[in-house]
Design a protein around this ligand. Structure first.
Ligand code: PMP
Length: 356
């Protein structure tokens, strides 16, 4: 007989007492506020992709999309807000203004709304409508700038127009950005894994790279820090040719103030196609529902582990900054992938014109 009767299966499960189904009493906590859920993200081992790529080393993903507003930026928005509060510049009528590729905007809007403050977010039209819609839903006013305009310059104008009320947390310059990764993100990795041989991440502001990279090297001076750079960006890869690329949140022309370039051991350049195909593979094969910059960092990690000949037992940590929610209208859609020729249309969708 084929198939199964669901009622039988249910009883079978009720009677089974194997390890996977047993209820394990864990320490559980009720949170008093969603902001208490920022950080302490899972570190999860990859089980398929490294082996398929011919690697014996272990690769772990730091799944930052588990943060409550959906990205690694929840950490810095909270840290920068706390700093601003501690020096007394935040009031009930404060308006937060911030230039962003979207995630910091979501995170700043999120903490501002919870406090009852207004926020104005400036972002390039390059960045996804999925992020813009989230920001607007949370209550932020979003200004979309042309690709050729500077969102930072526009935000400064907003601040200059009303310096009494507008506060710029300035993620590109604010020391709380790298500090929160140094004090928290990196420490979570060290607590979970101890010594790590390589950490891999992209850089937008470079806060993650400076904070995580410096702390990991302090813990183990042999830990390599690999910068994952989009093809088309010249932030670190000075030999590269500058051209537009589609991956969001990382890269640029020059390193921002918060990046400590001295900690970078190597740069791995990754194309849009490689990044988006990898992000889709991570969703399908490892169950990491992550964004495009995560795919890009993972490709960089695989390349770097191969170039450096990492062996069994050595450990690599890759930061996955955000999740697929931000890209539902982009690489998550097979049609979008096909439009950019990153995927071939499946045969069946072509058959109508072949036979016509
Ligand atoms: N990935 C994504 C999707 C991001 O939005 C950002 C931040 N712009 C990063 C990576 C890079 O983080 P950081 O600013 O700490 O370099």
């Amino acid at each position: 007989m084929y198939g199964w009767d669901s009622s039988q299966l249910r009883h079978h499960h009720l009677r089974t007492n194997n390890e996977n189904q047993q209820y394990v009493k864990a320490e559980r906590k009720v949170y008093q506020n969603i902001l208490e859920c920022v950080g302490n993200t899972p570190l999860v081992k990859l089980n398929k992709i490294p082996k398929e790529y011919g690697l014996e080393c272990e690769i772990y993903a730091k799944c930052e999309y588990f943060n409550p507003a959906g990205s690694i930026k929840d950490r810095i928005a909270l840290a920068m807000l706390k700093d601003a509060e501690s020096v007394g510049v935040v009031h009930k009528d404060t308006i937060f203004a911030e230039p962003t590729s979207g995630n910091t905007g979501i995170a700043v809007g999120f903490v501002a709304s919870l406090r009852g403050n207004h926020s104005i977010i400036t972002t390039s039209v390059k960045n996804s409508d999925d992020k813009v819609n989230t920001m607007r839903l949370i209550g932020s006013e979003v200004i979309q700038c042309k690709v050729t305009e500077s969102s930072t310059a526009i935000t400064r104008k907003i601040k200059d127009a009303d310096p009494k009320h507008v506060v710029m947390l300035s993620q590109f310059e604010n020391d709380a950005n790298p500090r929160t990764h140094y004090e928290h993100t990196a420490m979570e990795i060290i607590d979970a894994l101890g010594d790590v041989d390589m950490v891999v991440m992209g850089a937008g502001t470079g806060g993650t790279m400076s904070g995580v990279g410096n702390r990991m090297k302090e813990h183990n001076k042999n830990c390599l820090v690999i910068a994952a750079e989009p093809d088309g960006s010249t932030m670190f890869n000075k030999k590269g040719k500058k051209h537009p690329y589609l991956v969001e949140g990382i890269g640029g022309s020059t390193p921002p103030i918060v990046v400590d370039v001295t900690i970078i051991d190597d740069i791995e350049v990754v194309t849009d196609e490689e990044a988006f195909l990898m992000a889709r593979e991570l969703c399908k094969k490892e169950g990491f529902l992550c964004g495009g910059s995560s795919g890009l960092a993972m490709v960089a990690a695989l390349k770097a582990a191969k170039h450096r000949n990492l062996k069994a037992g050595q450990r690599v940590v890759v930061i996955l900054p955000d999740g697929i929610r931000n890209y539902m209208s982009k690489f998550v859609s097979a049609q979008w992938m096909e439009a950019y020729r990153f995927l071939k249309p499946p045969e069946h969708t072509m058959s109508w014109w072949k036979t016509a």
